[in-house]
Design a protein around this ligand. Structure first.
Ligand SMILES: Cc1cc2nc3c(=O)[nH]c(=O)nc-3n(C[C@H](O)[C@H](O)[C@H](O)COP(=O)(O)O)c2cc1C
Length: 426
């Protein structure tokens, strides 16, 4: 079309509108009595942490706050995964790509999110995954997390690499359901000692993590020169200047020691490689059983054959997990593997899942596909970094609202009503 024809189009269409009688609205100056009811100033919270947390509507929002509030090396240690971080990306992608299948016209006025894990109640179908070095992320650390678990009625798992002692965690939240996550070290007597202490302190189940014969390649940590305890290098001094509150909190609260080991200096990967026993086999579960008579959960199952082996060896539950993508890169995607594992052992053991959970809808999807529990790791750690105990509370609030709403939109009222027909995997 030439420029002349194009220029003609516009005035012609205006004429057409005018000819069908479009009227121009009458205008007036707004009057105060009309404006007043529209003005609803929100009270401004003077506490900046509370303000930031209230503005975070999703776990990704909390992640953004966490990133601004913590030194780069600490954020990267938490946020990062192994190698090219493909395992983590694929796990998150699958959650995003699945399709929910809702049913309509069901009475979903009342929703019950409660369930059981290992035969005991949990207010929601998820628990806090074991994570190491938690007091690095925020000085309130494990104590903050276990307190939120107690208030919200969900279980908490303390890591062997925790930075608060087994006894102090127990004292901080005596009524919380607590599990102890064990790494077996070359020094076997250390593991025996930990199991005894956990039992004494009222920890109800043992989670044995089996996907760390050696540490995964955490390239972000190596690039950042991240070490335990944090060393004052030129880079970290710069980080300190950017995040003074984090450093002041670290230096003015009790020194960063470990729940289970004393005096270490080096990168986390070096620490894991020095301590952990890569020669451990399934036969060692019998040795473990002689010290732990409570429920045993095996975390880090990545094949149907291994699921069968650990259930044959007496595990009460297993976690289909690739450690949040922090070990083997390009590992199986837990959500994809879940249905096959359930087919193989679901009638003999509880099957749990973790890796990649960033929303309550992810938890609902895993539950619908048959996971008895979903462990969340980074989701609560982002909250912790963003605002200590309040931040963890906010993370749980975000997840629980999302679980409830997703269940309602799917047309289900209870966890038992959720089933595989509600989710289509790509
Ligand atoms: C910072 C961090 C530290 C972790 N430390 C441990 C640990 O000490 N023991 C363990 O069994 N798993 C550990 N994990 C893995 C978690 O238990 C869990 O498998 C993983 O976080 C789940 O993935 P998600 O973070 O995407 O939820 C850690 C994960 C993160 C992010």
């Amino acid at each position: 079309m030439g420029p002349t024809a194009g220029a003609l189009d516009f005035p012609l269409s205006v004429t057409t509108q005018a000819s069908v009688g479009v009227t121009v609205a009458d205008r007036q100056v707004p009057k105060w009595h009309e404006l007043k009811p529209l003005l609803r100033p929100k009270p401004i919270d003077i506490n900046p942490t509370k303000r930031r947390l209230a503005a975070a509507l999703t776990i990704s929002d909390l992640r953004s706050v966490a990133r601004r509030r913590t030194p780069r090396s600490v954020f990267d240690y938490t946020d990062g995964a192994a190698g090219g971080e493909i395992s983590l990306k694929r796990a998150r992608d699958l959650f995003n790509e699945l399709e929910f299948q809702p049913s309509i016209l069901r009475d979903v006025a009342e929703v019950d999110m409660s369930t059981t894990m290992l035969g005991q109640p949990s207010a929601m179908p998820f628990a806090f995954a074991p994570t190491g070095f938690t007091r690095l992320m925020n000085h309130e650390g494990e104590t903050a997390v276990v307190r939120v678990a107690e208030r919200r009625g969900i279980p908490y798992a303390l890591s062997t690499m925790g930075t608060t002692s087994i006894e102090d965690v127990a004292a901080a939240a005596p009524k919380a359901r607590k599990w102890f996550q064990l790494y077996v070290w070359k020094d076997r007597s250390a593991a025996q000692d930990l199991m005894m202490r956990a039992k004494e302190a009222g920890f109800e189940a043992l989670i044995l993590t089996v996907d760390v014969p050696v540490a995964g390649p955490r390239l972000r940590d190596t690039r950042n020169g991240f070490s335990i305890p944090p060393a004052l290098t030129a880079k970290t001094v710069f980080g300190a200047a950017m995040h003074p509150a984090w450093w002041i909190n670290l230096l003015t609260t009790s020194p960063l020691t470990f729940a289970t080991l004393s005096d270490w200096r080096g990168t986390i990967g070096e620490m894991l490689d020095k301590l952990f026993d890569p020669s451990m086999t399934i036969a060692d579960l019998e040795w473990l059983r002689s010290f732990w008579d409570g429920p045993l959960v095996i975390k880090g199952i990545q094949s149907v054959a291994d699921a069968r082996r650990v259930v044959d060896a007496g595990a009460e539950a297993l976690v289909v997990s690739n450690h949040g993508g922090r070990q083997l890169d390009r590992a199986p995607i837990p959500l994809r593997l879940l249905p096959d594992v359930l087919d193989a052992v679901g009638d003999r053991a509880e099957v749990w899942l973790d890796t990649g959970v960033m929303s309550g809808a992810d938890i609902v999807a895993a539950t619908a596909l048959g996971a008895r529990a979903t462990l969340v790791g980074r989701a609560y750690l982002y909250g912790l970094m963003a605002g200590g105990e309040r931040g963890v509370e906010r993370a749980v609030e975000i997840l629980s609202r999302d679980i409830r709403r997703t269940m309602q939109l799917l047309g289900v009222r209870t966890i038992d009503e959720l089933n595989a027909s509600h989710v289509k995997l790509p």
